[in-house]
Design a protein around this ligand. Sequence first.
Ligand code: FES
Length: 134
Amino acid sequence: MPSEDLRAYSDIVIDHFQHPRNAGPLDDANAVGEDRNPVCGDHMKLMLHIENGAIAEARFQTRGCPAAIATSSMATVMLTDMRIDEAAKLKRQDFVDAVGGLPKAKIHCSVLAAAALKKALAQYREHTSAGPSA
Ligand code: FES
């Protein structure tokens, strides 16, 4: 990974980048969403284990910049134990706010987490036909 000056980032971003939470595969995932930034090529895979309408476990695998890794990590923390109808309301800005903001040029990096979440929930609904607010 090319070295990047971390001084532009919040302490929360640096912490989650250097110590990512919930990184790695989730074998019993029943909802998976992936997204790729067409400009930089960075990629995120979000895996959820959903039980009784709530996210029991969330893990991620991201190849990307510090902002992408930090927002991915934070997303899994936020999503754990969250009901899926609440998770469906989360927007890109919620992840940006949760990591203490991102430099303007890095705002787009938070799209990965939001888009992967949307796809994971859509896949889950498709497979369970549980309806939009199960
Ligand atoms: Fe690609 Fe941040 S530069 S996601």
